[in-house]
Design a protein around this ligand. Structure first.
Ligand SMILES: *Cc1c(COP(=O)(O)O)cnc(C)c1O
Length: 334
């Protein structure tokens, strides 16, 4: 794989930190826990979408785009990061926000990510829950093209073969970083949602024959659908980067037992995980993705499925801005 063949913009210094979590490791008494700080990707308070946007905005610039269109839930971290990067490159941004959660909560609807979207000058349109949101974004793009704009449409979560390059590159970065530190990684754990992060990581690791398993903790779909989505995107990404032989289906593993009632709906385990990382390590997780992923990892450690003696790297995908969309829940547990 030779990623320099693809257009890219640079948005943050690499590598992002790779740190050992001594207090959490001690508190759980299981594996040695490390964290890859992709919450530290600088732009608009950071997060995993910034990595994908290096490649997506790279392509948009190459095509002469004037206007970025994307979509997400009301508290979408992806939309917040996209709105900021678009401005940095002088492009306008329109976001379609889906009412994916049935709530009247003032903070959910007006604070956190959506407040920052407005600050970045993003044009916001709302949609009812349950629509095909990528199709809605394509329609919006068409509308803008008819009005004379050069619209570039980014799918939800920036998850297509272009955005996934961000995590192919992250896998390479992590391997090099671990090799330099002499850190032998037994397993990588990450939240998995719109699939680009998980798919990119798998392609990057498979492409290097790293033999490090990735466990995706699902935040929305049941396991069979999540794994199928990730594998489909991994195959498309592998083909795009010219990796021969495809991606083994067994290389894509998701555990979707920690979703709770649904996407973006708090769980007790998420609350415990957010509080634990804050108090043991001074690290902020988020309520929708990294909090549920960490809740899953903590539970799997307690059950002995992730074993003492292993070295696990948890990928911190960011999202702490979303905490401010969940004030009543967090006040209840803090
Ligand atoms: C989008 C997001 C994820 C999930 O990444 P995908 O590539 O959509 O699977 C995880 N954590 C945070 C904080 C996110 O914003």
């Amino acid at each position: 794989m030779h990623l320099a063949r693809f257009p890219r913009v640079r948005l943050f210094p690499t590598p992002t930190p790779l740190e050992r979590l001594d207090n959490l490791t001690k508190a759980l008494g299981g594996p040695e826990i490390w964290i890859k700080r992709d919450d530290c990707t600088v732009v608009a308070t950071g997060g995993n979408k910034v990595r994908k946007l290096e490649w997506l905005i790279g392509e948009a610039r190459e095509q002469g785009a004037t206007h970025i269109v994307t979509q997400g839930a009301v508290q979408s971290n992806h939309v917040r990061q996209t709105a900021a990067v678009a401005r940095k490159f002088g492009m306008r941004c329109t976001a379609l926000l889906e009412h994916r959660i049935d709530t009247n909560d003032r903070d959910y609807l007006g604070s956190g990510n959506v407040l920052l979207d407005k600050l970045f000058g993003c044009a916001i349109e709302y949609r009812a829950g349950g629509l095909d949101m990528n199709a809605e974004a394509e329609k919006k793009g068409e509308e803008l093209r008819k009005a004379g704009e050069k619209a570039y449409v980014i799918p939800g979560g920036g998850s297509n073969r272009v955005g996934a390059l961000g995590y192919v590159s992250c896998a390479q970065e992590l391997l090099q970083q671990a090799d330099e530190m002499g850190l032998k990684i037994d397993r990588i754990v990450s939240a998995t949602g719109s699939a680009g992060t998980h798919a990119g990581l798998v392609v990057g690791l498979e492409g290097c024959n790293a033999n490090i398993p990735v466990l995706g903790i699902g935040v929305r779909l049941p396991r069979d659908r999540q794994e199928a989505n990730v594998h489909r995107l991994a195959e498309a990404t592998a083909e795009y980067v010219g990796m021969t032989g495809g991606v083994r289906r067994e290389a894509v593993v998701a555990n979707c037992d920690y979703v709770g009632e649904g996407y973006g709906i708090p769980t007790e385990g998420m609350g415990e995980a957010v509080k634990m990382l804050a108090r043991e390590e001074g690290i902020l997780l988020d309520p929708v993705y990294s909090g549920k992923a960490m809740a899953g990892m903590i539970d799997l450690i307690r059950k002995g499925e992730i074993k003492a003696g292993e070295r696990v790297v948890f990928l911190h995908t960011g999202g702490a801005v979303g905490l401010f969309g969940y004030t009543p829940f967090l006040e209840g547990i803090a």
